[in-house]
Structure formats: C-alpha cells, structure tokens
Design a protein around this ligand. Sequence first.
Ligand SMILES: Nc1ncnc2c1ncn2[C@@H]1O[C@H](COP(=O)(O)OP(=O)(O)O)[C@@H](O)[C@H]1O
Ligand SMILES: [Mg+2]
Length: 276
Amino acid sequence: MFTGLLTVAGILAIIFLLSPWLALGSMLAFVLMLGLVGTVGRRTRSVFREYQKRLGALNAVLEETYSGQRVVLAFGQEQRVLTDFDQANAAVRATGVKAMTLALLVMPMMGILSNLNVAIICGLGGWLAIHGRVTIGTIAAFITYSRRFAEPLRQLGNLYNQVQAALAGAERIFDLLDTHPDRLDPADAVQLPRVRGEVRFEGVTFAYVPGTPVLNDVSIHARPGQRIALVGHTGAGKTTLVNLLSRFYDPMGARSASMASTSDRSIGTAYAANSG
Ligand SMILES: Nc1ncnc2c1ncn2[C@@H]1O[C@H](COP(=O)(O)OP(=O)(O)O)[C@@H](O)[C@H]1O
Ligand SMILES: [Mg+2]
C-alpha cells in the first residue's frame, strides 16, 4: 500500500510539473478510477457479508445433518435433508458468484480507464501541441507515466477489495465474540474454592417460562458423600434441579443456595449472590 501511494504521489507531482493542463485532463480518469474503486468496494463488502452469512447457514445444515445422521436415517428424512442442503448450497453459490464477479470487476475496469487516460492525453495533448503549449516529448512522457500510474492504482484497488472482503468476515467473528452471556456473575460474586460436596438449596424458585414456575420454594440439604435419589413424575422438575445445581440456569428467587467449601466456611455461589 505504501509503495503504491508513494508511486501515485510521485507521478502526480511530476506530471503537474510537466504540464498542468494535461495533468488535469489525466485527473478525469484518475477520479473515475477512485470513484469506481470506492463504489465497487462498498458493494463488495455488503455482498461478501451476505456470502459469509449464507456460508455459515450451509455449514450449519452440514453440521446438523452429520451429527444427526442416525436420526435422519431412523425417520427416513434423507430426501428432506438433501433438499435443505441443495437450497443452502445454491444460495451460497449465487452470492459467491456475485461477490467474486464484483471483486474481479475492478481489474478490467481499471484497465479500461487506464486506456481512456491514454486517449485523453493523446487528444488533449495533440490539441495543446498544435497550439504550441506542449511538446511531443511531453505527450510521450505522459503516456509512459499514465501506464506507470495505473499499476499501483490497480494494486491499491485490489487491496481495498480484499480488505472489504476480510472486514465482512471480521464483522461476523466480532459479532460472535461480543455476544454477552445470559448468566453473568454479579459484581459481588465470591470465588468458589474446592468444594467438599455439601450442597444446600434454601427456598429456590425457578421457571423456564416466566409465570409458570417449575420449582417453587424448594429446599434441600445434601451432606458430603450422601447418596440422594430424586423421585417424581415426569416433568416434576428433577432434571431442572440438577440443571440449577450445575448452573446451566440461575434460579429466579432463593433465600439461599450454597456450597460449603473445604475450609468449612459456607460460601454463597453466584446464585446465592444473585438472589439477594
Ligand atoms: N428448557 C425448557 N424450557 C421450558 N420448559 C422446560 C424446559 N425444560 C423443562 N421444562 C419444563 O419444566 C418441567 C420440569 O421438567 P424436568 O425438570 O425435565 O422434569 P423431570 O426431569 O423431573 O422429568 C416440565 O414441565 C418441563 O416441561
Ligand atoms: Mg428428567
């Protein structure tokens, strides 16, 4: 990028010194080039963004189908799964072709504009030469410089496109990295040291769906090494209790839930601190 910018700046300085009028004429193609790179670059980014999204969807279909292979076979869903894949795949191909077309469009268009520049130099330079404002040598120098000029611009345009494609990918990565976990430790949460295995739930209330509590004011006390059976109808909340214990969910209300540490101090876990 640095080399490209330096070359462009150097050539600009020289051609303006040689002949300001001819240099201004060349600027027309230059401005068109910049506009083109800018417009196509912006468009490239949004198409690449779409492409990454669809690629993600395709990978999700693949992942689910492979890991759920037995289920697919057991329920005879092969055809449906194939159709799902074909749809996701076609979507990726369509945006992929579009993205690549846009990204690769810049190169030949830069070539056309570079030739346009030569035409401008010859036309305008010829007119100026007839009126004795520039020499044929200056025109020749301009043509050489305009050729030199196109190369770094082409490289910069290419670079810009690659950066746009990379940024579209980076956006998705940062979206994921910036995801906030649902269960955050309260500011006053205490570090839980090695536990002895003593567990206490005191008046724990929990609902998956607000308004329909699954556990209501449940208290249990498990001593270290004690073997406990949770008995109840299907849907009574046995798994839910274990889920809370492993902190897959936080209870909505509890007088206290705690795990005693090895030092025999009763340490509130994050959910005790959460419950107030
Ligand atoms: N992820 C969930 N979202 C909403 N409701 C749930 C969820 N998991 C379980 N439930 C409901 O919570 C209740 C208790 O479920 P569960 O703890 O799995 O019972 P058990 O293990 O005793 O059979 C049931 O009514 C069940 O429908
Ligand atoms: Mg269960």
